[in-house]
Each structure stands twice: as structure tokens, then as C-alpha cells.
Design a protein around this ligand. Sequence first.
Ligand code: 4NP
Length: 152
Amino acid sequence: MIKVLFVCLGNICRSPMAEYIFKDMVDKKGLSKEFYIESKATSSENTYTPTDIYPPAKDILIKNNIHFDKHVARKMNKDDYEKFDYIIGMDDSNIKNIIRIVGNDYNNKIYKLLDFTNDKRDVLDPWYYGNFDKTFEDIKIGCEAFLKYLNM
Ligand code: 4NP
């Protein structure tokens, strides 16, 4: 089983979108049993009180027929480095923060999502740009490229 952790700053927009887009993608390919998939934050900003997916991010998932469950934002911790095979951030700042939390990427588990594509930029952060459609597209393209990278 391949264990994948998607990570962003707050775990209320990009990483839960990635979690559910990727779950939907592997489900449609009949690969659900091959994967264990979660998402977490690098910041504890949204974890002091139970925080669900940000409503505009939910709307874009609904619009694209992507199933999601009840979500509570969580911060990742050092133990996640052992628990997961792939720890996938959305932007350069996420990667820096992930490395700060885990200490050292000695098993090469940390990736930026769009690094699996030919266009190795950051996923557009909807928190600042407000364009959830574009973020959805970035994440979808990144998840497709990740599956291709895994030859699945
Ligand atoms: P996310 O979006 O990292 O994609 O979940 C954000 C959520 C919260 C904040 C920033 C980005 N914030 O500053 O609280």
C-alpha cells in the first residue's frame, strides 16, 4: 500500500482538495485498495478549534462531483515522516515548513505536487488569489502526473 500525505499551510483549502481529488481519481481507476491517503497542515492556525474544509473549496469539490467526508484540519508532526511514503506539499513555502517539522528528508519522501509535471510551479493558493477553479485544475493536473510517476 502506498501512503500519501498531502500538505498545505492550513489544511482547509489546497491539501483537503488534493486528498479528495486524488481519492476520487484512484477510486475511478479501481486503485483505492492500493493507497492510504490523508491531508494535514504545517500550521496550527486552524487546529485550535475543529475546522472543516473552507466553504468555497467545498463548493468547487461539489461542482466537480468529488466526494468528501467530514473534515477536521490537523497539523502534521515528525512521526508522519515514518508513517507516509510520499509527503506532498503545494508550494515552496509548504516544503520549507514540512522540512522544518520533520527535520530532514533522508528518505526522499517530500515533493511539491506540480514537480510531477513539466510545469514545476506552485499550486495557486486560493486563500490569496480567490480562484478556486484554477487551484482545482492545478491539483487535478498534479495528481494525474503523480499517478503517472507511480506508473499507475
Ligand atoms: P490552505 O489555505 O493552506 O490551502 O488550507 C490557507 C488557509 C488558511 C490560511 C492560509 C492559507 N491562513 O492564513 O489562515
